[in-house]
Design a protein around this ligand. Structure first.
Ligand SMILES: Cc1cc2nc3c(=O)[nH]c(=O)nc-3n(C[C@H](O)[C@H](O)[C@H](O)COP(=O)(O)OP(=O)(O)OC[C@H]3O[C@@H](n4cnc5c(N)ncnc54)[C@H](O)[C@@H]3O)c2cc1C
Length: 412
């Protein structure tokens, strides 16, 4: 008999989870309050980050916290209410970022990242989405020779330990590779394995179209209406109540609010981020991270997209695009940015966990309920891998890799 399952949240993670469950014979209903891929998975930098084998740790450089406290630099911004709300999780994040514990997290994280491009590749091909993707890597660019040298050494170390390929470029090589960069920079680390997507929301929509073409249902509904119903679960949608034997929560940065109503208190927090598009006269060929300043410039269908670092603020607080204004000034040093498109800045939130590992697996206190959230800085990258892993767990088959480090019960 076909087994039914609800997937709540149609971002990159939920949509890929739905596809993988469907592939294993489940009757899947994907529910979101918006169309697929309209939230965090829409506004990111579009990088499928095969190089990101280390999860993003709490920065430990001397002077970092002082700079943040004084509001210097573009990397971090904070609201007092946000820091207060997230204080407990942030302290645990600091604890887990100790080099020894970060190395353990990296072991588990890198095993997921290792499959990122090959798992996207299968879906990109099936969804005929090749027009959205380029496979030529991206660059960390450096203003100082010292920072470039350190990064090149670190890249070499990652090659040895994790097989991540890169090439160091000097000033002339970088200028030749990216003629649109007008500042004379020290050079770059060109990561060769990552891929760049020129419309991240459209890629999620293509994956959702594939899911529908294969017989899946996408419905509009509110995950907050989720209820245990006999042996299964139900949710209210615009088509009425939908019942299923099991349910998956893939609500990205909104997962915390929902699991709290079920009695879970996990050390989750968010890092908000902004983007703005520009009519840039000379387009970059590939995305670049201005590594010493902390923002990304990514060529997109709509123009050059500037994305910002982390803002610690409540998810529903009004936008304060302070970092965007600072990053724009810095980006104008690098490229002829041109005028911003006449639209308000986009705002989203990275769904983070204190131990830097996602939350994937069975809900500890609820039968038939599964979690798949907390993919932080790389949820767009990881969607297909973590969708597959979760579907393998639900169908009790052999898993691609050991899911133990990501199990929700570690926080219960
Ligand atoms: C500025 C920025 C740049 C980034 N750059 C990158 C990058 O280059 N590469 C990368 O890999 N990652 C990047 N990320 C991180 C990445 O975008 C996220 O990790 C990823 O999108 C999370 O996907 P998700 O499916 O878990 O969440 P989402 O995409 O947010 O999906 C969650 C879904 O749940 C739905 N939902 C929420 N509440 C309800 C409800 N009550 N009822 C129904 N539906 C609901 C939402 O509508 C949404 O569609 C970036 C993030 C930011 C903010």
């Amino acid at each position: 008999m076909t087994s039914s399952i609800l997937v709540l949240g149609a971002g990159m993670v939920g949509t890929c989870t739905a596809l993988h469950l469907q592939q294993r014979g489940f009757e899947v209903t994907l529910v979101d309050r918006r169309a697929p891929g309209q939230e965090t998975s829409f506004g990111n930098a579009g990088l499928i980050q095969r190089e990101a084998v280390e999860p993003y740790a709490f920065p430990r450089e001397p002077g970092f916290l002082l700079n943040v406290a004084l509001g210097r630099g573009a990397q971090v911004h904070w609201h007092a209410r946000g820091l207060w709300q997230m204080a407990g999780s942030l302290l645990r994040y600091l604890h887990h970022s100790h080099p020894k514990r970060h190395a353990q997290a990296t072991e588990a994280y890198s095993r997921l990242i290792a499959h990122a491009t090959e798992e996207h590749d299968l879906l990109i091909t099936a969804a005929a989405a090749q027009d959205l993707v380029t496979c030529e890597g991206f660059r960390f660019v450096f203003r100082s020779a010292k920072a470039l040298d350190e990064a090149a050494q670190r890249a070499e170390d990652l090659r040895t330990r994790f097989g991540v390929r890169s090439e160091a470029e000097n000033t002339a090589q970088l200028a030749q590779a990216e003629p649109a960069l007008r500042a004379s920079l020290a050079g770059a680390v060109h990561w060769l394995d990552p891929w760049a997507v020129n419309n991240p929301g459209a890629l999620v929509q293509r994956y959702a179209d594939l899911f529908v073409a294969r017989g899946g249902r996408v419905l509009t509904g509110d995950a907050a209406s989720l209820q245990a119903q006999g042996e299964g679960w139900s949710v209210m949608t615009t088509e009425g109540r939908v019942d299923a034997e099991q349910a998956v929560l893939a609500l990205g940065p909104w997962a915390d609010a929902l699991i709290r109503t079920l009695g879970y208190r996990f050390p989750l927090f968010i890092k908000r981020g902004y983007h703005q598009h520009y009519h840039t006269p000379a387009q970059l060929r590939q995305p670049v991270l201005d590594a010493e300043r902390g923002y990304v410039l990514a060529p997109m269908q709509r123009g050059l997209r500037l994305t910002t670092g982390a803002e610690f603020a409540p998810i529903d607080a009004p936008p304060t695009p302070v970092q965007l204004a600072k990053a724009e000034v810095l980006a104008r040093e690098l490229v002829d940015l041109g005028q911003p498109l006449p639209e308000p800045p986009w705002l989203g939130a990275r769904p983070c966990t204190a131990d830097m590992l996602p939350v994937m697996g069975p809900a500890p206190q609820h039968k038939g309920l599964w979690f798949n959230f907390g993919h932080a800085h790389q949820g767009f990258t990881l969607g297909p891998v973590v969708g597959r892993l979760l579907a393998e767990m639900v169908s009790a088959e052999d898993t691609l890799l050991d899911p133990a480090p990501y199990r929700p019960a570690r926080f219960a």
